[in-house]
Design a binder for this molecule. Sequence first.
Ligand SMILES: [Zn+2]
Length: 632
Amino acid sequence: MNPKNPTQPTLKKVFQVNDIIDILLNEGHITSKQVEHAKRVASKLEIQKPLLVILKELKFITDDNIKSALANSDIEMPIESILLEMGIVSDKDIKIAKETVLNDNAKRSIEKVLVDSKLVVESELFEILSLKAKIPYVSIEQIEIDQTLFSNAQVKWYETIKVIPLKKEKEGIRVGFVDIPDRKRIEAAQKAFGVKIIPSIISEDSFKKALNKGSQKLTRAQSSNLEENATIQLVNKIILAAISRDASDIHIEPLAESLRVRFRQDGVLMIYEQYPKQIISALTNRIKVLCNVDITEKRRHQGGRIYYQHNGEELDLRVSFYVTVYGEKIVIRLLNRKGLLLKLDDIGMSKHMLTRFKEDALYQPSGVILITGPTGSGKTTTVYSCIQNINTPQTSIITAEEPVEYIIDGISQCSINPKISLTFEETLRHIVRQDPDVIVIGEIRDNFSAEVAVQAALTGHKVLTTFHTEDSIGGLIRLLKMNIEAFLISSTVVSVLAQRLLRKICPKCKVAYKPSSHEIQRIGYSAKDLDEFSFAIGKGCPYCQHSGYKGRVGIFELLVLDESVRNAIMEQKTSQEIRRISIDSTGLVTLLEDGIYKAAAGITTIEEVFRCLPRLQKPRPFYEIKQLLGGR
Ligand SMILES: [Zn+2]
């Protein structure tokens, strides 16, 4: 490319037609004999004619020969001289054009004047210009312009620089300049389309046509950009609102006529907002982009993750897309909330239970501690509270989790990732070789993980794990059903802790509540026990979004295995029998009893107890429970 500035005054330059003739000679297009001949003809002519024209008339050369000579030369020659030499314009034409330029105060270039006054065909002029600048001339009618490239700049910019993008090529983006570009215009184009632009020359006419077409596309693209921005902001707004409300999940649900967004707050779904259904696809696409899942897939369930930066904290959002009749329902689970990491003393265990759990289970040198409950019952939080509690420089703690939900300093946490074949099985095979004191297995999900837990405990390790069962006895029974020898279970399992999370009464609108006799009966007591209770409810206020609840408290059922329970397991007794033995001999307080106890203390409501806790048997007299639990 010729970087020489074409706006330099070229008119003063000496005419160098001989250079073109030299090149024609060098390239073998003409012989020196032919040149001599032409010169003789020229000298005999009454009206002077350019030598090149004579050579052409003599059919010694063609226009193409001249063009190729121009393309191969570094000749700095005014365009009008070339046009004159090639016989395209006459002396007179140039004289008129120059005068017009002067009268015009040089607002137009001489080339433009020549084109405007139809003395030169524009495409021919540009072809020669491009040869001269060694930039190819392209006719845009013959190429398919990539309209998407127009989004790189604004219409105004295109009009100023007089350039348009044409198409992507291997070496870069081909752009079309009107006229030979100077360095400034080339640099401007490089800023917009990348350093590796491939310049071409296009005619002004085709520039206008192409820009017109491209700008329509551009306007549409910009308006869709606006929509995109609005969607990005909406997704952000929803996530931020969920975070600020301490929600654990966001449900984005397409319904027949609208899109509903709900948050799970303190374990219960609450409507956040309802949107017109028109936004469904944009919103879904945006979330899919964030998760890096297939945008085009709308007929299959998908799952992904979003790493979301918030106040310097990185949140790991688990996203699930579930295909429903009205479109994809999206559930975003918010993990990694630092605020949810609780001290063991603060998870809600009553005084006596906490002491017992620590001394007879957690601080035992070896054995399996099972934490059970359904999804969302706070098992993971309890596991982390336990880990934190026993995390000392003298202890080696190693985990296999799916996924790691909180990072705790000083322990070796492994996040299972089946996508890269880092499976649970594979991890568990390696975990014992790491010389651990405490092994945390995220969840017992099959025979294999159950066996690993039991084996590790047999070889002197402390094992913390979770299990999906209703209550503590259920945990033992399910282990028995997993083909693990009863004696192995009875000799390795130290303790089973079943749990639930119940909503706490909002402290800002809490009032005393006198339950009806029916309610009292329902929980298994009589009206004469009422004196013992100080039930309460939340009236509802802005602080709790009029739900009457704020935050949650753990409800626990702690089974510490003793001789009689171990024997019951060995003898493979029924769950009812094991339960009865546990209550009688170990002082097991059931989930229901712990719930009633916390409702009676005005921490949660009777309603919550009914809603969340299994009622497997009648609770013991209240004073007994009180004695066993010993206050908070
Ligand atoms: Zn309130």
